[in-house]
Design a protein around this ligand. Structure first.
Ligand code: NAP
Length: 256
């Protein structure tokens, strides 16, 4: 299958093999896309370089802490220099201080609120703005959200509010970028055991709850998220923009 042959993509948010970004990147690469990867700081550099090298020794890897405008600018000038254009962007990034993901939402500090929104929502706007000039033949921008944007999920707290902002940003960006044939969508994923997920208090119970309550009676796999990521990046989704697509074994439809 070469649905993405000739496409160039950039992937933000691979930390390790369990990352949702890695599953989507693999699906994109198998479909023929050429990919570049970013990593946040030296701590993850070796990991990401090693994973990226599985797609060929010349795979571009660049540092990017999405709270730093100068690092975002450097990523896109690196992409312009190496490829000249861009078709796909994956935003698979979220962060909130650990203390904000425990206890009550009402105790969220101003600083934790700011950090969660800066890293997890504003960054999509900043990346889309930097990517758009390179997407001169149209493109697909994809973010990762969670059900806590829509309903109260205990302990998800400020991250739920930041995901609601991410989903609203998706719609506004889709409107702004639509005339340039750049589509912007989110996958709202069911729980997957990753580093970020383990930071949420009660995550193991969440996995069990989904298995018991979701219509498909199981949890989503990373490979399935990869397949949906491929669909949304492909021409099969050419008329889909501004959407949040639930990939959660049906959990979102349940009332009880
Ligand atoms: P993950 O492997 O830990 O990926 C999260 C990524 O975000 C990491 O690479 C992390 O880098 C990066 N990141 C955090 N702060 C950053 C910053 N300032 N600049 C650049 N990168 C930064 O976890 P994941 O579960 O795959 O998460 C990916 C996305 O899926 C997130 O948006 C998450 O909210 C969403 N999601 C996850 C689930 C789930 O159950 N796992 C469900 C629904 C949605 P560091 O490791 O350096 O912090």
């Amino acid at each position: 299958m070469s649905l993405l042959a000739g496409k160039v993509g950039v992937v933000f948010g691979v930390a390790n093999k369990r990352s949702i970004a890695w599953a989507i990147a693999q699906a994109w690469a198998r479909a023929g896309a050429t990919l570049a990867f970013t990593y946040q700081g030296e701590r993850l550099r070796e990991n990401v370089e090693e994973l990226a090298a599985t797609f060929g020794a010349g795979t571009l890897t660049l540092p990017c802490d999405v709270t730093r405008d100068e690092e975002i600018a450097a990523v896109f000038s690196g992409l312009r220099e190496k490829y000249g254009r861009l078709h796909l962007l994956l935003h698979s990034i979220a962060f909130a201080p650990r203390e904000a993901l425990e206890g009550e939402f009402i105790n969220t500090s101003r600083e934790a609120f700011r950090i969660a929104h800066d890293v997890s929502a504003y960054s999509l706007v900043a990346l889309a703005r930097a990517a758009a000039p390179l997407m001169d033949a149209g493109g697909s921008i994809l973010g990762l959200s969670y059900y806590g944007a829509e309903k109260v999920v205990p302990h998800y707290n400020v991250m739920g509010v930041a995901k609601a902002a991410l989903e609203a940003c998706t719609r506004y960006l889709a409107y702004d970028l639509g005339p340039r044939q750049i589509r912007v969508n989110c996958i709202s994923a069911g729980p997957v055991n990753t580093v970020a997920a383990r930071g949420i208090a009660g995550f193991t119970e969440m996995l069990k709850l989904y298995e018991a309550r979701a219509p498909l009676k199981r949890n989503v796999t990373a490979e399935e998220l990869g397949a949906t990521g491929l669909f949304l990046a492909s021409d099969g989704a050419a008329a889909i923009t501004g959407q949040v697509l639930y990939v959660d074994c049906g959990y979102q439809i349940m009332g009880m």
